[in-house]
Design a protein around this ligand. Structure first.
Ligand SMILES: Cc1cc2nc3c(=O)[nH]c(=O)nc-3n(C[C@H](O)[C@H](O)[C@H](O)COP(=O)(O)OP(=O)(O)OC[C@H]3O[C@@H](n4cnc5c(N)ncnc54)[C@H](O)[C@@H]3O)c2cc1C
Length: 379
């Protein structure tokens, strides 16, 4: 039993670690180079049951615990940041259903999410609505028993390939705009993909603009009730931020793995790199902050699972700490590798580019500070 993890979770960690080293690590550089979604990794996750970690046991999932999912996410990210987005985004996209879906919605979609037959995406951000969720302009209008959705979303992870999108749109209810979450299936007329982002990192994870031109969905596709959208979005992000903590921790561990391997092998001025005290101090600092990040993230995940007091603050703190930590650790790893830290022949260059995103998405780190301060000071 670990400090925060059970024997079963530690066993899962070891199994996923082995599978990632054997099956995902060898293609991580190619995924980055090609900038294409790694479908074979998605199929591996489906076949090995990793997507089952995303949903509750009643709908084909495993234990339904965020702490278990984060164990797997960390191990995937350790070898390939883009591949960790497949698992993390499947959870974020399905979270509105997992947390707020009706029984009928859960029965219809979650078994397919668990098997990997259905990829889910979370479509909230717009050109003028990133940190300010209330500024969403996409609208859903009741028209003859169904809703017609028009507007656009930007920077939606896997928005171009997801089978199911959870779309946040405003509905006019008695003269007031109410943010509401809708389920939109791929193939619905009026739904199309716009610009695909060319990104600094996570290149194997597509990021798309999604356009809604009078996309019709039945009222039964509303998640929760009209006006629940804001709370649904925040609930899902509270969960998602812990996953970002796990991704950032895993990626930093991958950079440390690479730095350790290099320090053991390389010789500088006739002296083994690992023999230099300056290098040893750098490695020691990296290990210390990674362990601190892992502890905070695992604590946040377990508190989330137990809905313990302070879980929202822990979620924001794990993302804030881990995302700043991974930038520092990957940069230190690049320094340690010297020229090779800047070369695509080694994974650290990719990891440093991948690392930047964690301070930006699912609420920037400024927003995490606002959340933490609000929780500290009272609302
Ligand atoms: C690779 C990638 C994948 C993404 N995937 C998704 C996805 O799947 N689904 C989705 O809905 N979105 C997604 N996003 C969008 C992402 O969540 C937003 O980009 C993020 O929330 C920041 O929003 P913004 O870019 O509009 O920044 P803005 O809100 O415009 O902020 C700009 C700057 O101002 C600061 N700022 C803003 N408000 C405040 C404030 N009140 N106090 C202090 N500082 C503030 C911010 O911290 C930031 O530094 C993704 C983004 C990227 C880059």
């Amino acid at each position: 039993m670990g400090l925060w993890l059970s024997e079963a979770q530690l066993r899962l960690r070891d199994e996923v670690r082995k599978m990632m080293l054997e099956r995902v690590a060898p293609q991580a550089a190619e995924t980055d180079e090609k900038g294409e979604f790694p479908w074979e990794v998605k199929e591996l996750f489906a076949a090995s049951g990793l997507f089952r970690l995303v949903v509750q046991p009643e709908y084909g999932g495993t234990d339904g615990l965020l702490s278990t999912l984060c164990v797997a996410i960390e191990e995937v990210s350790r070898v390939c940041g883009a591949s960790s987005m497949i698992l993390g985004n499947q959870s974020l996209g399905a979270s509105p259903l997992v947390l707020w879906g009706s029984e009928a919605q859960k029965k219809k979609y979650l078994p397919k999410v668990a098997s990997g037959e259905c990829l889910a995406s979370f479509a909230l951000t717009e050109a003028n609505a990133g940190s300010d969720v209330a500024a969403v302009q996409t609208r859903a209008v009741l028209d003859g028993g169904s809703y017609s959705i028009s507007g656009s979303k930007i920077f939606i992870t896997h928005g171009n390939i997801a089978d199911l999108l959870v779309v946040f749109a405003k509905v006019d209810a008695g003269g007031k705009d109410k943010l509401t979450a809708f389920l939109v299936e791929r193939g619905t007329p009026g739904l199309s993909t716009g610009k695909l982002e060319k990104k600094m990192g996570l290149k194997g994870s597509s990021t798309a603009e999604i356009i809604f031109d009078q996309v019709r969905v039945p009222g039964e596709n509303i998640v929760g009730k009209i006006g629940d959208g804001f709370r649904i979005a925040l609930d899902c992000l509270d969960k998602g931020r812990v996953m970002v903590g796990a991704m950032a921790t895993g990626l930093a561990q991958g950079a440390l793995d690479a730095a350790l391997a290099f320090a053991r092998d390389a010789v500088s001025d006739g002296v083994p790199l690992a023999g230099s005290q300056a290098v040893q101090f750098t490695l020691a600092d990296m290990e210390t902050v990674i362990q601190a990040s892992r502890s905070l993230t695992q604590a946040a995940a377990v508190k989330y699972d137990r809905k313990e007091e302070g879980y929202i603050k822990f979620s924001a703190m794990s993302k804030l700490f881990a995302s700043d930590m991974v930038m520092d650790v990957t940069s230190k790893a690049a320094d340690l590798l010297g020229d090779y830290g800047y070369s695509r022949d080694y994974p650290v260059e990719r990891m440093m580019r991948d690392a930047k995103i964690f301070a930006i998405f699912e609420g920037t780190n400024q927003i995490q500070r606002l959340v933490i301060a609000r929780e500290l000071l009272g609302k």
